[in-house]
Design a protein around this ligand. Sequence first.
Ligand SMILES: [Zn+2]
Length: 169
Amino acid sequence: VKLEEEIDNVIGKLEKIKKIQVNTVLDVYVPVNFKIQELVDPKTYRDRGNKAIELLEPKLLWTIDQMRELLGPITINDWLWNKDEATNYKYSGFRPKHTTVGTTYSQHRLGRAMDLKFKNHSASTVRNIIRANPNHPAFQYITCIENKTPTWVHIDCRPISDKIKWIDP
Ligand SMILES: [Zn+2]
């Protein structure tokens, strides 16, 4: 699929789901498109089970569900079915105290960030789509995105007024 067609296709979907309701308060959200194991690491899941959902920002959980509907399959963590320890993803969502992956004050440690790998789109295409449609309801809670990450898209819901802050990691 050519890049232009790919973008047209997604923009078409953006139009279709424009009626997503705008939530001003979102206290609780359980994602329908992701298992909790895809959002936390194995130890956190062993320790907390489904209560690990309480470590994650509801606005972020809602956002990844919308992005799955809009942009197709997304890998966050895949340790549940990819047992290859050298290549599987364990810390693309919540990052617990017991890992040294990432920076000390990363939004991942606060349950407010996800690194998304898209099956049908490159990371730069997804960033371009969001850049061109920052006010689409599906993206309403994203406050920060990292530029230039090669194979993944980092989104987070840090409590800032920017809409959307683009940072160099
Ligand atoms: Zn990240």
